[in-house]
Structures are given as structure tokens and as C-alpha cells.
Design a protein around this ligand. Sequence first.
Ligand SMILES: C[S@@+](CC[C@H](N)C(=O)[O-])C[C@H]1O[C@@H](n2cnc3c(N)ncnc32)[C@H](O)[C@@H]1O
Length: 242
Amino acid sequence: MNLSRLTKVKGYVSTDGLVEVLKDLKYLLRRGFLGLPRIEVLELLDLEANNFEIKIPNYKHGSTRNASLSINEKVVIATICNLLKPKTVIEIGTFRGETTDLIARNLVDSDIYTLDLPPNFSSHNYRAVPDDLEVLTLRRHDLYIHPSYVTNSRIHQIYGDSAKFDFELLNKTFSLAFIDGAHSYEYVKNDTEKLLPLMELGGWLIWDDYSFNFPEVIDYVNTLRHKGAFHIYGTRLAAMRV
Ligand SMILES: C[S@@+](CC[C@H](N)C(=O)[O-])C[C@H]1O[C@@H](n2cnc3c(N)ncnc32)[C@H](O)[C@@H]1O
């Protein structure tokens, strides 16, 4: 940062250089706060060139202990859906179906595949971070796909443990993937590495919980910095264009 831009004029600090200094400061603050560059969604998508209306459903059975998305994150995901218009989407971690429904409402005529553990899953032998074990007790499979989730798209619920699930059996490629299942390093790595080969060129991979609460997510996603992974400013989302 070049502080000499703040020149003193007759004993006062001139504001001439302030704009540039603020730009430098912003650049420094957004660089690698958690490891990845922080990028604003406005810089990624040409919002000016597009007219669209985002739909943000709000549920009373809502965001239990932050297990689902914040309003900022919902706006980002809905915006990406409206501009990217992915035809086939995969989500790992349905939970209460809120993000599934958010995605479905912001797309027309798309297929959304969403994977969660089967209703009768036993957490015996399940290697997970403590928060994941708690979320398991809060999930509601009666809400995975709920009649109130009015949609212009088709939601396909699939069951399995992402560590063992063979995504190739779906016989699909994806232009949007949302990774939000188990949050251990091994799981996030497994989920990413399994989905990457199935992603279409120009598609987006998005990870939830790139935040201090989930250091293993940060550690893994940071390994993808050289492939262009970035942190979406003001959210717990990290993303990478394929
Ligand atoms: C944080 S919640 C997902 C929230 C949801 N994506 C949303 O935005 O509303 C995590 C979900 O992942 C599921 N899950 C945890 N481990 C999993 C695994 N190994 N395979 C598939 N799903 C898993 C849990 O049952 C839980 O419903």
C-alpha cells in the first residue's frame, strides 16, 4: 500500500489520494483472509446486462442453528441460478430441502439431484466433525421433498453416504454442484473429487461452510486456490468455475 498517496497540503491531509488508498486497503483485506481471494458476486456475474427476478422462499421450519443458508447466501445462490441457468444440478446434503427448493424455484425446467443419508442411517462408524453429528439429529426427511416446495423444476431425492455413493450411476453431467454434506477434510475432498469429473465446462462448484466453524472445509478448499477457487465476499460460500 502506498501511503505516500496521502499527501499533506498546507498541514491538512489531502483527500486526493484517499480513493486509491481505500482501493489498496480493500484489496489487502480481501486477499487471503481465510486463504482464498475474496471476490464480490458483482465482479463475477454481469448483473447490469441481465433483468431477472430472484425468488427467496422463507420457511418457518427454517435455518436451524445455521445449518441452512443465510439470506445473503440465498441471494447469491439464487442469482447464480438465474444467470447461469444450469440444466442439471447436484447437491450433497439435503437437510430440510431449503436450498434444494431455492435452486428449483430459481430455475425453469432443470433437474436437481440432492443426496442425503437414508432416513434409517445409523451414525455408528460415521467419522464426522461434531457439528455434523448434531445436524444429523436435526434433519427432517419428511421435508426432503415437501409438497410446499412448488417448483418449475424437477427435484430427485437420492439416498446414500457420499463417501460410498457412485455419482456416475446417475448418468448425468452437472453445471452446478453444491457441496454441503459432511464437513470433515476427507469428506469434502471425496465429494469434490467425485463431482469434478462430472462437471460441465463453465459449470460452478460451490462449497458451503467455508468459515471458521469448519476449519477442515477451509483446509481442503484452500488446496484448490491454484485452480481458481475463491471465497464469495460476505458469505460462507466458496466457489470454483470449472
Ligand atoms: C448442513 S446440512 C445441509 C443443508 C442444506 N444443504 C441446506 O442448505 O439447507 C448437512 C446435511 O448433509 C447430510 N449428510 C451428512 N453426511 C452425509 C454424507 N456422508 N452423505 C450424504 N449426506 C450427508 C446430513 O444428513 C444433513 O442433512
